[in-house]
Design a protein around this ligand. Structure first.
Ligand code: AMP
Length: 177
């Protein structure tokens, strides 16, 4: 972390949610803490302020909450990565594995900047499966994913392995449960 803000104490930890054996890192406790939320957006703006992004791709649903204020602050377009069936326009879709279960995501093809640099944002990166699927969709749509931001990282779940060298920035990491 870039300063001494105690982000760990702003994150609620829920054992055995949504199923036995998963320690769930809950960011709703950041959202109700304006100083903690502002800290996260300030840090994101500091890290990516000079990155010359063409767009930010935000992952449903908690990624939206952090990506939207960043985009507004940096003046960068916001693209939504949604669960299948939610986007009304022409989409590309991808199925992938989660830490718990399977999922399918979609993006609007026309929102992807062809040849443009895109940052992917989520609240937490665990296995990296969701972000990997989003990066694949962006490439399919002709855009270039240049990095990943997540407020929380779980590096013990080996997310780097699935990301093929895509740089990942987090504000706090947890190293086991
Ligand atoms: P993954 O695709 O494995 O990197 O999983 C990341 C997605 O699942 C993110 O959208 C997270 O919000 C959610 N997620 C996975 N594991 C956890 C966890 N232990 N606590 C909170 N959210 C999680």
């Amino acid at each position: 972390m870039a300063d001494s803000f105690d982000l760990d104490s702003a994150i609620r930890k829920i054992p055995d949610f949504p199923k036995q054996g998963i320690l769930f890192y809950d960011i709703t406790s950041i959202l109700v803490n304006p100083a903690a939320f502002r800290h996260c957006i300030d840090e994101m703006a500091r890290i990516y302020g000079s990155a010359k992004l063409d767009a930010v791709a935000a992952i449903e649903s908690r990624g939206f909450l952090f990506a939207a204020p960043l985009c507004e602050r940096l003046g960068v377009p916001l693209i939504l990565v949604r669960k299948k069936g939610k986007l009304p326009g022409k989409t590309l879709a991808k199925r992938y594995d989660l830490e718990y279960g399977q999922a399918e995501i979609e993006m609007h093809v026309d929102d992807m900047p062809r040849g443009g640099k895109v940052l992917i944002v989520d609240d937490l990166i665990a296995t990296g499966g969701t972000v990997r699927a989003a990066a694949d969709l962006l490439r399919e749509g002709g855009a270039t994913p240049i990095g990943v931001f997540a407020v929380i990282g779980l590096p013990f779940l080996d997310y780097s392995k699935s990301l093929g060298g895509l740089p990942v920035r987090t504000l706090i990491d947890y190293h086991g449960e």
